[in-house]
Write a protein that binds this ligand. Structure first.
Ligand code: UN1
Length: 503
């Protein structure tokens, strides 16, 4: 496929997209899009130095002026929403509706960050000493590395970038090797936006830098003492590799790792809504969201009915090119993903599962180099080892439950803790699920599925999901350092706790 026209419209310099060793493919038909030259260790070092220099200028810029930059960036995104979405669609394989939603998520976080740029509040705290004032200030932190995954090739970076910039931090972005073109497009739009900003004229363009490469590059960023925050989205395995490197130098890590998200369907649930929500959450983005629904925990009285309704809904799914408007399920990202899906289904069968629907490859004759699958529905008698694993593909395990407490136990009995939901019209059940005794996840929803979060809330999860929070609420605090200031405006020097010393 030829994406040069798209890239050209987005302002990407297309003369440098060929001849390198890093091939980029579209999952739609497996054809090559570009062959990039990755950055080497010296390039990274130079980029970090550049970010460090930029930081010294950016931290001195008033936060609302930094917000102005993000406002302009949001405008570029609005103007190029459809084109950027099409590139995401081609490079990551998500359907156009979802790609448009992803770009909208970028626009939304820009709006949020613009408002935030005037609200980076610190507390005023009562001092125990007379004529003393205590307060907190939030200061810019320094260069931030953002490591992002293929499945949200632009939005997750934008959550980080928009907040980091208003907080006064330049960003070094290492996108997935599978989706570097979307990153280059964002960079081109950012450069356009910053060129428009009169306020930026005194600033070097290194507020955003894109670094192309693989794991070694992430590790170099994780080790780098001049990067106080590394925000990484990806698998638990990736987090396990990077977190110790960041911790060894006392850096801050914001980790958004795997999810193994469940939804409970209680006896009082509105089944029409529950089935629709299941469909979107389990097969949307071809099951490749970190918030995808992987475990459906259904009350035993509804179990057969829910499976039956899902089976007919699955049979009606249109699977095919992400670019055609009727498609609901696009391709998997690559062959490896397909193989992992097949292996998981095999293990599920060995562990007592019954594949009620799907699982097989489709459209192989038309697109031999692409991996389209029929999303799989697996009736599982219990939560076996394979159900406790995150397989990044459209496999939905359906488990029965009798008592709500047991269902909540199942929800919590996996190592990941990202998202969860319950469908119930019983207020006691709903409140229990979102209470301290309920779901242990970072996200717990009622009567909506576990995926498709809005940007206004803090996004992230507990346990092996990594504990980080991005996007809305007070997630911005991760991108700043807190200083506690005590100011004495008396002519005495009283010590705290009433300590007397040489007075
Ligand atoms: C991800 O899959 O890494 O809540 C992010 C959602 C999206 C973000 C998912 N807003 O599904």
């Amino acid at each position: 496929m030829d994406v040069s026209a798209l890239l050209g419209q987005l302002g990407v310099d297309i003369s440098r997209l060929h001849g390198g060793p890093l091939s980029v493919f579209t999952p739609i038909d497996g054809s090559a899009l570009a062959a990039l030259t990755p950055h080497g260790p010296k390039d990274i070092e130079a980029a970090v130095e550049e970010a460090e220099r930029t930081f010294r200028q950016l931290r001195a810029m008033p936060a609302p002026k930094r917000g102005e930059l993000i406002r302009l960036f949001g405008n570029e995104l609005r103007a190029h929403k459809a084109v950027l979405a099409e590139l995401v669609c081609v490079e990551a394989g998500k359907i156009r509706q979802e790609a448009l939603g992803e770009v909208q998520e970028m626009i939304d976080i820009c709006d949020f960050a613009v408002g935030l740029s005037r609200q980076l509040y610190g507390l005023a705290i009562a001092s125990e000493r007379p004529l003393h004032r205590m307060q907190e200030q939030w200061h810019p932190l320094g260069p931030v590395a953002v490591i992002s995954a293929f499945n949200f090739p632009v939005a997750v970076w934008a959550w980080n970038f928009a907040l980091a910039v208003v907080c006064g931090d330049p960003v070094l972005w290492k996108p997935s090797e599978k989706t570097p073109l979307s990153a280059l497009a964002c960079q081109a739009l950012w450069l356009r936006a910053s060129a428009r900003a009169a306020v930026v004229s005194a600033f070097p363009p290194a507020i955003s830098q894109v670094l192309i490469g693989g794991r070694e590059l992430s590790e170099q960023l994780a080790r780098h003492p001049k990067i106080p925050l590394v925000s990484a989205t990806g698998s638990c395995a990736m987090g396990r590799a990077l977190a110790p490197l960041i911790a060894a130098r006392f850096g801050r890590a914001l980790l958004e790792l795997g999810g193994n998200n469940a939804m409970i369907v209680a006896p009082s649930a509105d089944l029409r809504l529950a089935v629709r929500a299941t469909l979107f959450a389990a097969v949307g983005t071809a099951g490749q969201r970190c918030t995808s629904l992987r475990r459906l925990i259904v009350h035993e009285s509804l179990y057969d009915r829910v499976i039956e309704q899902l089976r007919s809904a699955y049979a009606a799914l249109s699977i095919g090119s992400s670019l055609s408007p009727e498609t609901l399920v696009g391709p998997l990202i690559d062959a490896g993903s397909f193989e992992r899906m097949q292996a998981a289904l095999q293990v599920a069968r060995e562990q007592g599962g019954r594949v009620v629907y799907g699982g097989e490859r489709v459209l192989e004759a038309q697109s031999p180099d692409a991996y389209y699958v029929q999303p799989a529905l697996v009736a599982m008698p219990s939560q076996t080892a394979i159900v406790q694993q995150e397989t990044f593909a459209p496999i939905l395990y359906v488990l029965p439950y009798r008592e709500l407490d047991a269902a909540i136990e199942l929800n919590n009995a996996v190592e990941q803790g990202l998202s969860s939901s319950i469908f119930t019209n019983d207020v006691r059940e709903a409140e229990l699920f979102v209470s301290a005794m309920g779901s242990d996840c970072g996200i717990a929803n009622v009567n909506i599925g576990p995926s498709g979060a809005e940007i206004g809330g803090a996004f992230g999860g507990e346990k092996a999901t990594g504990g980080g929070r991005e996007s809305g609420s007070d997630a911005w605090k991760s991108y700043m350092r807190r200083a506690t200031n005590t100011v004495n405006y008396s002519s005495e020097l009283p010590l705290a706790q009433g300590v007397r010393f040489a007075d």
